[in-house]
Design a protein around this ligand. Structure first.
Ligand SMILES: *Cc1c(COP(=O)(O)O)cnc(C)c1O
Length: 471
């Protein structure tokens, strides 16, 4: 008999393994299916190696059980988990965009584990509307006539076009046919909505007369302006401002829709962010304004629609509104986020996105020094110091703005910057760092002081790691 078969024969049976005391102990707190899956996985791997001839003996029983226990622990961890953003990109789309403010988190918790008046009017004791909870506060903050919230800005755009211009032409400048990433392209959304795109102008220049020429009283349904949130066209350019478009819309008797992307509410120009604000958009005469909840607004994922009541009402009654409707947790977080804007100074202090953007160079440097000191105390051989860096707003907002920040720069002797970056990602709470000029950088703009201990733990583990020494 060849060695392979001998090895295969020695592999313990799953049923036998499941009688192991340690695994029985696990089953008290873990679903049996998870334990069985883990055991199967480990045994299957041993069998495969044996068949391939890469394993010449079966591991000891204790070693097998130990490995199964390790897998069980792994399987019980959730896939979606918190991590630490050391990239300095405030609205990192891959890392979940906006961190919510405390008030939003508390509101979510309070409605999540109990019943709520989501669609119930407590005063009247009768059915209510889920739109009402956020509509009041959004109207109060933005000054709009009406408001509603859907799943995201992509859904808001789709619903708006469908409700306002189904089967009609919508005129958009060629300079504003944006792609936001992840397959959001204005022409494609337009097609899906049932409205027909009528492009005017050129990539770099569009004039009011272009809209006038494209206008057909029979077939045109709306004018639309899209904020080129994630790029800028510089040089020989001309765009039709929202004000000019509003005037055109009035003349033609057509509604003007403005997809502004980032819903900036507070004036951040003194921090170098000169994005248009929501109130400006209404003042300039847009009939409907659409923006994201989790970009510069700093709230949960959502698409906010504000503007003239007749249009918003039409959207509320549209069948797509049901498909795009938000759940109670989003409504709770959105309402609480807007509440912070009742006092702009509070908003900049309490909404993490705004606070991080507003954070000054000096504060950041002090923060970075504290983190550098902590990390240096854990790896005496490492070169750890504070460096200037440039951070970004991110999330496809303010693409040309570079925020002056401070980063902790780490060089571990014998370990490349890329390797350290990878090891930091492996931590229990992963730390996402940047690599530049052979150094691993942790920008402190996006790291809270309360997270320093986690960063330290990840760094300590990385510095001690066998994998690091093995290279
Ligand atoms: C980001 C953005 C969108 C998409 O918003 P989501 O909330 O991510 O769906 C649409 N239009 C513009 C102009 C944007 O900047």
């Amino acid at each position: 008999m060849d060695n392979r078969q001998m090895v295969l024969r020695e592999i313990p049976k799953i049923d036998e393994l499941l009688m192991d005391e340690q695994l029985i102990f696990f089953m008290e707190t873990t679903p049996r299916a998870v334990v069985v899956d883990a055991a199967r996985e480990v045994i299957e791997e041993i069998r495969k190696d044996a068949l391939a001839g890469t394993r010449t003996e079966v591991p000891k029983r204790e070693a097998i059980v130990e490995e199964i226990c390790r897998r069980i622990t792994g399987k019980k961890k959730k896939n979606l988990k918190r991590l630490i953003n050391g990239t300095g990109v405030v609205l990192h789309t891959n890392l979940g965009r906006a961190r919510l403010c405390r008030g939003a988190v508390e509101s979510v918790l309070s409605v999540a584990d109990s019943y709520s008046n989501l669609e119930y009017d407590v005063k009247k004791g009768a059915r209510g509307s889920r739109h009402d909870h956020v509509e009041q506060i959004i109207r109060r903050i933005t000054g709009a006539e009406a408001a509603m919230v859907v799943n995201n800005n992509a859904a808001a755009t789709m619903l708006c076009l469908s409700a306002m211009a189904y089967g009609k032409e919508v005129i958009v400048s060629r300079g504003e046919l944006v792609e936001i990433g992840g397959s959001f392209r204005i022409p494609e959304i337009m097609e899906q909505s049932g409205a027909h795109l009528k492009e005017v102008g050129t990539t770099n220049k569009t004039k009011p007369s272009d809209y006038e020429r494209a206008w057909n009283p029979e077939t045109t349904g709306a004018l639309m302006k899209v904020h080129t949130s994630n790029y800028r066209i510089l040089g020989f350019t001309q765009e039709v401002t929202l004000k000019e478009m509003a005037a055109l819309g009035k003349k033609m008797g057509l509604p003007v829709i403005y997809d502004m992307g980032s819903g900036l509410m507070a004036d951040l120009s003194r921090y170098g962010v000169d994005e248009p604000t929501v109130t400006d958009a209404l003042k300039d005469g847009a009939d409907v304004v659409l923006f994201s909840g989790d970009k510069l607004l700093g709230g949960p994922q959502g698409g906010i629609i504000i503007g003239k009541k007749e249009y918003v009402d039409r959207m509320k009654q549209h069948p797509l509104a049901r498909a795009f409707r938000v759940d109670k947790m989003t409504i709770a977080a959105m309402e609480a986020t807007f509440f912070e804007y009742l006092d702009m100074e509070d908003a900049v202090k309490n909404i993490p996105v705004l606070r991080m953007i507003a954070e000054g160079r000096e504060t950041l440097e002090k923060k970075a020094e504290a983190l550098a000191k902590l990390l240096a105390s854990m790896a005496p051989g490492a070169d750890i110091h504070v460096e200037d860096c440039y951070d970004q707003v991110g999330g496809g907002s303010a693409p040309t703005v570079r925020l002056k920040g401070a980063a902790v720069s780490i060089v571990l002797p014998g370990t490349t910057a890329e390797k350290l970056e990878r090891l930091l990602r492996k931590a229990e709470v992963p730390v996402i760092a940047r690599v530049a000029h052979d150094r691993t950088l942790l920008s402190v703009r996006t790291i809270e002081e309360s997270e320093f201990a986690c960063v330290a733990e990840a760094f300590c583990q990385a510095a001690k790691s066998e994998e690091r020494k093995g290279e």
